[in-house]
Design a protein around this ligand. Structure first.
Ligand code: 0A1
Ligand code: ZN
Length: 853
């Protein structure tokens, strides 16, 4: 264990910085092991501050010299940085520091990836580049000069607009004041895929995606996605781009998906590079969404940024909400909503219902990097969606205009955001604000009553205690409801009920026959819903609900019920479910992508959570067996339908990643995976051999592995793709995903000895260890080998890359669901991690929170 207890930072302790920064000029003299950073910073006292101590953050820096107004100054080293005595008037700070990018394996600050210089400054990485007030409320313009010797760095990029450049140097100017976390620098041997865009007011913008030589053919899709994003933000939010150029760089070593640095977005190569041969439909869709997300940050995040890191959801929740709207517009709204709810339940619900539960706006942290979570991002986006539902589309648009007008160029808080909505709508949103401060997933319970001709819905809400929050106040929950008659006609179109009390009743008079309610349409709030209805009702909704989301949800409920009965009572799969599903699959008027989603079933981890909530101890092996049995029952009962479904959804012509053909491929591949159980892999083998794109090739490989017929395909796949890292990541992952539970840990273990297991690369580490943790039955296999293997590798990775290590500790967050033996094994591993000498602050915080469950 670390000797000094890590410091906890509180939202309530916020104070402004004692100085205003008027300008920053930096010179980088690049060298792999000894880069020099020279800074000239204009400071002046901040009239709004009470604390005028001159403190600059700095970590892992060697100070060469420091001057104030041209005179050497003595600095004092303090925890996390330096202090100095400064004049009570404007002054110029000049410093020179030395840093070692090559030794920086944490991928935070300035580091090297494949010989290329690259930065990552969010959240607190700039302090590893030079001494600076590294906090988001300090905003300044930046002028930059990059210098390098030799031929290895012909391309040198930074934020803003390119200025003068020549042999061995390049200058950049960013006219928009920004916090240091948006600073970026890239230098290396890169090739540009170029294009251009004309903004709505007629300004030309130079666009480029910069990649390593050899990846040029993987840029076209990302470029199209960028132009679509730029157009969409103009059309939907009235937001125009504000620089002469916009650059994107792909980098292989990156802890997250991508980063919205002003004018110079840096992407994990897995989130931008795509060609039909190497990327799946899912990859293409994700790339389009992430390009949009980072681009949209230019207004929601960069022009209007966060006052402090507690306000992270201000930019992230809103930007995720915006990128989801974009994807819904580009593709299918119901399919996007269903995908998002599946992801929310898989990632955010377990977080919100376990030891890592925290409010959308946390009130304290030890390491901010641990709060880039599904709660801040995805629940944060749900909160924006609820606000829009409550005030209506027009009022939302008006409020956003006011937000951009009022706060452009500022570092803001959630209070500012809510105030904008209160001012523009006249509504009191104080109760709504609880969504930002109360953690946990509210549980809504519904009871129906029908008397005379009046139908009543009795709704109630409660929220289980979460860490640090025993008592909860009732929240504002928008519950979208529609009513159907026995024929499935809508007798009441969707209405939004506002549940604000612990218990509340809503009456619907004038119904001569008892209506059938469809509740929480479109998943109008991130809650769990308890509504005691039988399977006939669910089957009715599956056949007739006019809300596409709830129709899917009815199928999901039937599947869950069938699985639970199989696990608890050994019952056979539900005929009502299988018959209802079959009818739907046959309905060619339904979007293939939607039908493919219908074929899915609740994940094994979700079933474990449900059983735990019911007061039972989930048995991963029994859950796995029931899930497999249900898939087998689908294969058998759809035996006649599957070949036709498969054939009808073959796409002719050259590959296109658009929603239409991608939806067809997803239905064909869902059919293929069941069909393989019937034909022993014959169709899958043909598809594998004929595939001209990764979507078909990889799904065929998965189906073959599932049928234990994948050996030849596996080695052919490896031979074909051994020089493509992103594809080899898939090769590793797929084998773990398809392994039998008893083989998962040994498969992952064997991979750690593989020559291609470059464990310092976060993508590769996640391709093996992340997928191990996601294989529910395999990770939780009774011998506990999965737990030990993951812990071994987290211990090994922590000193190299604390951020990625800490994130992956969340694999253990659900440990209290399981039996005593498994809990004991997990506790042993968590304690083993916690006991490591010199454990990072990141990992210490995560493991401690999980152990305190
Ligand atoms: N702001 C980025 C995500 C991001 C966050 C932290 C990082 O390093 C610690 C990197 C990227 C986004 O929302 O896309
Ligand atoms: Zn973001």
């Amino acid at each position: 264990m670390k000797d000094a207890a890590p410091q906890t930072i509180y939202l309530k302790d916020y104070t402004p910085f004692g100085f205003i920064v008027d300008s920053v000029a930096l010179t980088f003299r690049l060298h792999p092991t000894a880069t020099r950073v020279l800074s000239t910073i204009r400071f002046r006292p901040n009239p709004d501050a009470t604390d005028n101590r001159f403190f600059l953050h700095g970590e892992q820096l060697t100070l060469i010299s420091a001057k104030i107004n041209g005179t050497d100054v003595t600095t004092r080293t303090v925890e996390g940085g330096i202090e100095a005595d400064v004049p009570n008037a404007p002054f110029t700070w000049e410093a020179e520091v030395e840093i070692n990018p090559q030794a920086n394996t944490a991928l935070e600050g300035l580091y090297m990836s494949n010989g290329m210089y690259c930065t990552q400054c969010e959240a607190e990485g700039f302090r590893k580049i030079t001494y600076y007030p590294d906090r988001p409320d300090v905003m300044s313009t930046f002028d930059l000069r990059i210098e390098a010797d030799g031929d290895n760095t012909p391309v040198m990029l930074s934020n803003g607009n390119g200025a003068e450049s020549g042999a061995g140097f390049a200058n950049w100017t960013d006219p928009w004041p920004k916090p240091a976390y948006l600073f970026a620098l890239v230098a290396g041997d890169l090739i540009a895929h170029e294009d251009s865009f004309t903004t709505m007011s007629g300004k030309p913008v130079k666009l480029a995606i910069w990649v390593r030589p050899g990846d040029e053919h993987k840029c076209a899709f990302g470029m199209e996605a960028l132009k679509k994003s730029m157009t969409w933000d103009e059309e939907v939010y009235g937001r125009e781009y504000d620089l002469d150029e916009f650059n994107i760089v792909a980098v292989d070593d990156f802890n997250m998906g991508a980063m919205e640095n002003k004018g110079l977005n840096i992407f994990n190569s897995s989130c931008v590079l795509a060609s039909p041969e190497t990327a799946t439909d899912g990859n293409f869709e994700r790339i389009e969404a992430i390009i949009a997300h980072e681009y949209f940050h230019n207004w929601t995040g960069n022009r209007i940024t966060c006052r402090d890191w507690f306000q992270l959801c201000l930019k992230e929740g809103l930007t995720v909400f915006r990128d989801a709207q974009f994807t819904a517009d580009m593709r299918s709204e119901p399919v996007k909503r269903i995908d998002d709810v599946i992801a929310l339940r898989a990632r955010q619900f377990p977080e919100d219902q376990g030891p890592l539960s925290h409010p959308v706006r946390p009130e304290s942290f030890q390491e901010i990097n641990n709060f880039y979570t599904a709660t801040v991002y995805e629940k944060g986006a749900e909160v924006i969606g609820m606000l829009k539902t409550l005030v209506g589309d027009e009022a939302y648009a008006k409020a956003l205009d006011l937000y951009f007008d009022r706060h452009d160029g500022q570092a803001c808080t959630i209070e500012d955001w809510i105030q904008v909505f209160e001012d523009s709508t006249g509504r009191d949103l104080s109760q709504f604000k609880l969504w930002y401060s109360q953690s946990g997933t509210p549980e809504v319970t519904v009871r129906e009553e029908y008397e005379g001709d009046t139908f009543t819905l009795h709704l109630s809400q409660k929220s289980a205690p979460t860490p640090g929050q025993d008592q909860k106040a009732p929240q504002v929950i928008p519950v979208a409801v529609g009513l159907l008659n026995d024929n499935g006609d809508e007798v009441l179109p969707t209405q939004v009920l506002e549940l604000t009390e612990t218990e509340q009743s809503f009456t619907f008079p004038g119904h001569a026959t008892r209506p059938i309610p469809s509740i929480l349409r479109g998943f109008s709030a991130p809650v769990t819903l308890t509504h005691d209805i039988d399977n006939d009702r669910r089957a009715f909704l599956l056949a007739h609900d006019t809300d596409a989301f709830n129709r899917w949800e009815a199928g999901r409920d039937l599947a869950r019920d069938s699985l639970l009965k199989a696990i608890q009572q050994g019952e056979a799969p539900s005929a009502a479910y299988l018959d209802g599903l079959k009818a739907l699959l046959r309905d060619d008027s339904l979007d293939p992508a939607y039908r493919a989603l219908m074929l899915g079933q609740p994940s094994q981890s979700e079933l474990a959570a449900t059983l735990h909530k019911m007061g039972e101890t989930p048995d991963p092996a029994a859950i796995h067996a029931a899930s497999e049995a249900l898939r087998e029952a689908k294969a058998q009962s759809f035996a006649e339908l599957l070949p036709a479904l498969y054939a009808a959804n073959q796409v002719e012509g050259p590959y296109r990643p658009d929603a239409g053909p991608a939806g067809q491929r997803s239905l064909a591949n869902a059919a293929l995976s069941l069909l393989t159980r019937l034909d022993g892999g014959e169709t899958a083998a043909k598809q594998f051999d004929a595939a001209d794109n990764m979507t078909l090739q990889l799904s065929a490989l998965g189906a073959l592995l599932d049928a234990a017929k994948g050996e030849d395909a596996l080695s052919a796949f490896y031979d074909q793709w051994q020089n493509d890292r992103l594809v080899i990541d898939k090769w590793f992952s797929m084998q773990i995903m398809q392994a039998k539970p008893e083989n998962v840990a040994t498969t992952a273990q064997a991979f750690t000895q593989h020559a291609d297991f470059d464990w310092k690369n976060p993508n590769r580490f996640r391709a093996v260890m992340g997928v191990l943790a996601m294989h529910h039955a395999g990770f939780h296999f009774e011998d506990g080998a999965g737990y030990t293997l993951l812990a071994d590798w987290l211990i090994k990775l922590d000193p190299v890359n604390p951020q990625t290590t800490a994130r992956m500790c969340s694999a253990f967050q659900t440990w209290k669901r399981y039996d005593e033996t498994r809990q004991g094994k997990i506790r042993t591993e968590l304690e083993r991690i916690a006991g490591q000498d010199g454990l990072s602050r990141d990992t210490t915080e995560m493991v401690t929170r999980i152990l305190n469950a």
